[in-house]
Design a protein around this ligand. Sequence first.
Ligand code: APR
Length: 258
Amino acid sequence: MDPWDADALERAAECLARARYAIALTGAGLSVESGIPPFRGPGGLWTKHGEPPMDGYQRFLQNPRKAWEERLNPAGPMRELWEALAAARPNPGHDALVELEELGVLKCTITQNVDNLHRAAGSGRLIEIHGNATLIRCIECVARYPRETIDFAELPPRCSRCHGILKSDTVSFGEPIPPDVLDQCFEAAELADCMLVAGTSATVYPAAQFPISIRQRGGDLVEVNPYESEITPLCRYSLRGPGGELLPRLVEQVRLQR
Ligand code: APR
C-alpha cells in the first residue's frame, strides 16, 4: 500500500487537469532528492545551524568587498550548501514539472530555489523569485551575468553596463526581490486558478503569499510534501510524500485524464 492515498492522488490530478491556469510554487524540499539539504524541518540547514542573520543584504551594502571575500571562501553551513549545489542534478520531481508544462497543464513555475535545477531539467516558463546561484546581478541596473563571465580579481566586481556593484543573483535576507521578477510572480498568481505547491514550508514571504491569494480568490491548492506545512490547511489536496516519487505519479494521472 502506497504511503499516500491513491484516490486523493487521482482527484488532485483531476483538479490540475481541469484548471484553466495552473501554476506551481516550489521550495527546497523539491531538491532534497538531488542531494541539497532543505533549510527547515528534518535535516534542514537552519534546523542544524540556526537561522542566518536577517540583515545579510545590509551587511553586503556596508562592506561589499568583505561580503565577496566571504562568498568566495564560504565556511560553515553556506559551504555545505554550495558544495551540494555544485554536485546536484535534477531529480524526477523536476522532470515531472517539465512534463506537466509540455502537457500544457502547467503554465509556469515560481521557484524559491536558487539551485538552477528547474532550468537544467528544462522548465520553460520559470520565475526564480530568490534568484539563481549561477548568475551575478547588478544591484543598480539589475543586469544579470553568468557567474563564469565575471572577473573576481577586483572585489566587488563591477557591472560592465553601468559600473554598479555586482552581487550574487541569489536574494539575500533583507534584500528586496528584484522588481522584474516580482512583477512576473504577481502576474502569474493573478491569472492562476490552481497552484501546485511542492517542497516548501510556505513560511517565507512574499512567496508564501501567492498560494494564500489564489485560495482567497477561490482557486485550488494541491500540495506535495512529506510533512504538514503552513499552507496545508488551505490545500484542497495535500499529498503526503516526497516530490521525486509523488510528482511523477501525479503527472501520470494527469496524462491519463487529458
Ligand atoms: N519532497 C518534497 N518536500 C520535501 C521533501 C521531499 N523529498 N523533503 C522535505 N520536504 C519539505 C519539508 O517538509 C518542508 O516543508 O520541503 C520543505 C522545505 O522547507 P524549507 O527548508 O523552509 O524550504 P523553503 O520553503 O524553500 O524555504 C523558503 O527560505 O531560507 C529561505 O531563501 C530560502 O528559498 C528559501 C526560503
